[in-house]
Design a protein around this ligand. Structure first.
Ligand code: HEM
Length: 421
């Protein structure tokens, strides 16, 4: 039974992906000057554009359908501000921290650029949660839209990976030790935890090698993956159209034009979100901690990303098992289209799914609120001893290295070696 469901599900996804990559997608190549000749002549691009502009949406589409567009706008803001930041940012142990300070204090409007990037990275998570909740409560994860949902989930992971890799780049104490703790947890995870942590760290501890890898993932690998997923997401969403609410019947000749009606909604909502992001960037700049010092565990860690806030809220109030339980709930949501495939959209006809969704989305808000009230946390107990031991750096109290400057020199050497420079 379950096997048949998985097979049907995979068949649907396969069909969606095949359709979304048909020859008409090649038209994009013409725009960048890479396509001439026969295929080009056979592709009526003008006609396609005309049809796109005159497209009509079902009349139930409204403001709540703007969240996807808002997430897209924030993603574009992140790409644009990220490209400009990369003109000045230097991904090396010696220069990363100073280049961030230079951007924040010397580059004209560099502070705005940087904080807009940081705030957009926070707001996009909220926009995605709102988008996901809207889609979930509309029952739009059910067939035939399971590919849209699945690709959406991959997009969410892509955006989270952007945030996690970007978190280390300022190379301050908070970034360094938060990443160290996360890698530590990853290493202890069963099955692929150790291999994944080694691959990401590129070393036995977070070092210059890790910074290079995170930078490459952040600016080269992830943008390509997320762009590809976005194209796929838009094509399948377009193919199936917006999911209708329960009992909805479109009148003959009904619906609203995409242009200008719905596009205007998206532009207004996006302008508001942009205004909020710029105001937050100007009013609440992201503080910079002390420069990363791999042989000195800081007294406190400050969170600068909403996902870290939520995790802190969960771990502080429910413990590590609370965090694991919440992640498991998220995984249940991800896999929901596999089991909840009926046509029922009303809550009372899908009570279990509705309960899972309510607990997850409300939980996210509650633990975000609780986590953001935690000003700073001390690094987990034992991290200092364990990490220093791993690095084979003698602790100051050991007879081999009682002189602290000697310890510093040894550790600095270890970091240099790790940086691969
Ligand atoms: C960068 C990330 C994302 C962007 C830019 C994006 C964008 C969009 C847009 C513009 C739409 C059409 C309008 C709307 O319904 O809001 C849409 C629809 C949809 N999205 Fe996303 N999305 C993203 C992530 C996600 C995630 C995380 C999920 C769920 C896990 C998801 C699932 C869906 C589904 C199922 C639809 C169809 C909704 C319907 O038929 O009513 N998307 N997306």
């Amino acid at each position: 039974m379950a096997e048949r469901r998985v097979r049907t599900w995979l068949k649907h996804i396969g069909a969606d992906i095949r359709e979304s990559t048909d020859a008409s997608l090649l038209a994009a190549l013409r725009l960048v000057g890479l396509l001439y000749g026969r295929i080009d002549r056979n592709l009526p691009i003008d006609e396609a554009l005309r049809r796109a502009w005159s497209r009509r949406l079902p009349s139930h589409v409204g403001w709540k359908h703007a969240f996807g567009g808002i997430a897209y706008l924030l993603f574009m803001v992140l790409i644009a501000s990220g490209v400009l930041l990369s003109f000045y940012y230097r991904p090396s142990v010696d220069e990363a921290y100073h280049s961030i300070q230079y951007i924040a204090t010397e580059v004209p409007f560099g502070w705005l650029l940087r904080d807009l990037h940081v705030w957009s990275a926070n707001l996009i998570v909220l926009a995605l949660m709102a988008h996901m909740a809207r889609v979930f409560f509309a029952g739009a994860y059910k067939p035939p839209r399971e590919t849209s949902w699945l690709v959406g989930v991959l997009l969410l992971f892509g955006v989270l990976a952007f945030g996690a890799t970007g978190y280390l780049l300022p190379w301050d104490q908070w970034a360094y030790w938060t990443t160290t703790e996360v890698m530590d947890v990853a290493r202890s995870a069963p099955l692929i935890g150790g291999a994944a942590a080694s691959f990401l760290t590129g070393d036995v501890f977070v070092s210059g090698a890790t910074l290079s890898r995170f930078f490459a993932l952040h600016v080269i690998v992830l943008p390509w993956i997320v762009f590809g997923l976005l194209v796929l997401h838009f094509v399948v969403v377009r193919k199936h159209g917006a999911a209708p609410p329960a009992g909805f019947q479109e009148r003959a000749g009904g619906g609203v034009p995409f242009f200008p009606n719905h596009l205007l909604r998206i532009v207004i909502a996006s302008a508001l979100v942009l205004a909020v992001a710029i105001s937050l960037a100007a009013l609440f700049p992201r503080p910079i901690g002390d420069p990363a010092t791999p042989f000195e565990v800081p007294g406190e860690l400050v969170s600068t990303w909403i996902v870290v806030d939520v995790s802190l809220g969960l771990i502080r109030h429910l413990g590590v098992w609370g965090f694991i339980g919440f992640s498991a709930l998220g995984m249940l949501l991800v896999l929901l289209p596999l089991v909840d495939r009926g046509s029922a959209v009303r809550f009372r006809r899908r009570p279990v799914a509705a309960a899972i969704g309510l607990v997850f989305f409300l939980g996210f808000l509650v633990f975000w609120a609780l986590g953001s009230r935690v000003d700073s946390v001390t690094p987990s107990a034992g991290v200092e001893a364990r990490i220093l031991e791993e690095r084979a750096v003698p602790l100051p109290s050991t007879p081999e290295a009682s002189d602290p400057s000697e310890v510093e020199a040894t550790a600095a050497e270890a970091i240099e070696e790790g940086s691969g420079e």
